[in-house]
Design a protein around this ligand. Structure first.
Ligand code: GLU
Length: 510
């Protein structure tokens, strides 16, 4: 088998879309699996659709996700290039396309077209009126070579069009979709080279895939309809075909249709900003359209390379299930070592307005560890732990355990007595905790001490631990009170803070 060479060929027309990442990932995995090469090529010939900054965004997003190319642009304090088949940016390869367009003219596989845009518009309108598909009518193919020469000499504006034969079936094989046949009468005489000397996508993609020795063209299935034009070009040049692998679309859970930008954030940057881990995104995307042979769901990049196969790609679209992505993300967050967790979460604490530099590392680590198993996204951290950094705000009613509250509208007298019990418990707990040394506030002691206190005073556990926990954090759901106290204990004034919160809760109930 010739060397496997794949390429991801995005157009810099905006931020990298989640579907693009999946395409890039499959190209990358297939190349790595076969000890081949994965290229990044920038297809920027549609000058009107260029979006400034998107080239950098694409290159950087791919690198953040560790889909690192062997050839093409890469980022190292700026855009750099590697590889022997460059330039890897199509706008820097114009003479190459012009030369090949000329070769097609000589082979009569393409022809000059001098039609004005007015004529083309009129033609389209007429075809629309007759309910015919819009197609160029080959008028300029009838020009004699003398007429063409004199128009060229007079520098008349022109394009070069593909000369599509009218009466054949264009066949090609797709690795996922099988044999595909399209009648050539349905294929337009595509413009290959525009009047400004830029190629269209169709000429550039074929020339580059050939020149860069691409063995597998893996791309979104929206390009199937364009492939017959490419086949005609390969044939005209006498070049061998690459293996075509057209990936089914990623579908929106809400609409069942192709995931679109209108449905909110679909750019990789948005996902990363929200606190999805690159490794979780990769794992999730890998399984969005590919079925490994095993039941295993968590794969690191090395395992993906080992398992990946083009034969296990699905034929139908894959639904983008955000809950599943959240699940992957929480699994990856759980697996992080504390140093890594710390490095990834601190920026989100800072973003939430927490002045992390003012607190001991041990304290910050403790509170992050407390939440590690509860986080779905890194961006949730600020909201979850902000009670450690400011007085929690809550309704006094929250201090009463929910089981009591739920017992369908207790009579006011009972409510009053419940409130009194809680108040009494909090008061005596406070007195008890005051007598403990600050060292005893660490989890290993505090849990035993408080349990002892409950037992010796014959109190109900829920009527002590629930209000204590709420007093500390003001939340309906949170880590347990011993863990919270343990985290506070790593602050120099941890004990005071705990006592202050308990007395504030008592005041609220009073
Ligand atoms: N430039 C095309 C795009 O933006 C690439 C299509 C292909 O891979 O051939 O999707």
């Amino acid at each position: 088998m010739p060397e496997v060479r794949t390429r991801f060929a995005p157009s810099p027309t905006g931020f990298l879309h989640i579907g693009g990442i999946r395409t890039a990932l499959y190209e990358f995995l297939w190349a790595r699996k076969n000890n081949g090469k994965y290229l990044l090529r920038i297809e920027d010939t549609d000058r009107q659709r260029l979006v400034p900054g998107s080239l950098e965004n694409i290159v950087q997003s791919l690198e953040t996700l560790r889909i690192v190319s062997d050839e093409g642009p890469y980022w190292d304090k700026g855009l750099k290039f590697r590889g022997e088949f460059g330039p890897y940016i199509q706008s820097e390869r114009l003479p190459i396309y012009q030369k090949y367009a000329q070769e097609l003219i000589e082979k009569k596989a393409a022809y000059y077209c001098f039609c004005s845009s007015e004529r083309l518009d009129k033609l389209r309108e007429e075809q629309q009126a007759q309910k015919l598909p819009p197609k160029y009518d080959k008028l300029c193919l009838k020009l004699s070579s003398e007429e063409v020469s004199s128009k060229l000499a007079a520098k008349e504006a022109h394009v070069i069009r593909l000369n599509v034969p009218s009466d054949r079936i264009i066949k090609f094989h797709d690795h996922i979709h099988g044999d595909i046949e399209i009648p050539s009468k349905d294929v337009d005489d595509q413009v290959l080279l525009k009047s400004d000397g830029f190629p269209t996508y169709h000429l550039a993609v074929v020339v580059d895939d050939y020149s860069m020795k691409i063995s597998h063209v893996i791309r979104a299935d929206e390009w199937i309809a364009s492939t017959p034009k490419h086949i005609l070009l390969y044939e005209a040049f006498g070049w061998p075909l690459p293996v075509f692998v057209h990936l089914p679309a990623i579908l929106s859970q809400a609409t069942g249709k192709k995931l679109s930008k209108r449905e909110g954030d679909v750019s990789v940057k948005d996902f990363l900003d929200k606190g999805y881990l690159p490794e979780a995104l990769i794992n999730f995307l890998a399984l969005l359209g590919w079925n490994p042979k095993t039941e295993q769901e968590i794969f690191n990049m090395r395992e993906l390379v080992a398992e990946f196969s083009l034969d296990k790609l699905n034929k139908s679209g894959a639904v983008f299930d955000l809950d599943k992505l959240d699940w992957f993300n929480s699994m990856y967050i759980r697996a992080l070592k504390i140093e890594d967790l710390f490095a990834r979460l601190v920026p989100y604490l800072v973003k939430a307005g927490i002045q992390t530099e003012k607190y001991p590392k041990e304290f910050l680590e403790k509170i992050l560890l407390l939440e590690q198993s509860r986080l779905k996204k890194l961006s949730e951290i600020g909201e979850r732990v902000k009670y450690f950094f400011e007085e929690p705000q809550y309704e006094p009613g929250l201090l009463c355990p929910p089981a009591r509250k739920a017992s369908a509208g207790p009579p006011p007298a009972e409510k009053k007595s419940e409130k009194e019990t809680i108040l009494k418990n909090l008061n005596s707990l406070q007195i008890f905790l005051q007598t403990l040394s600050a060292e005893k506030f660490a989890q290993k002691d505090i849990e035993a001490e408080i349990k002892n206190f409950i037992e010796s005073n014959q109190l109900k556990t829920g009527e002590v631990l629930w209000p204590l926990r709420v007093a500390l954090c003001g939340l309906e759901a949170s880590p347990g009170p011993f863990e919270i106290i343990d985290a506070f204990a790593s602050l120099p004034d941890g004990k005071e803070q705990v006592l202050k919160r308990i007395s504030r809760a008592s005041e609220m109930l009073f």
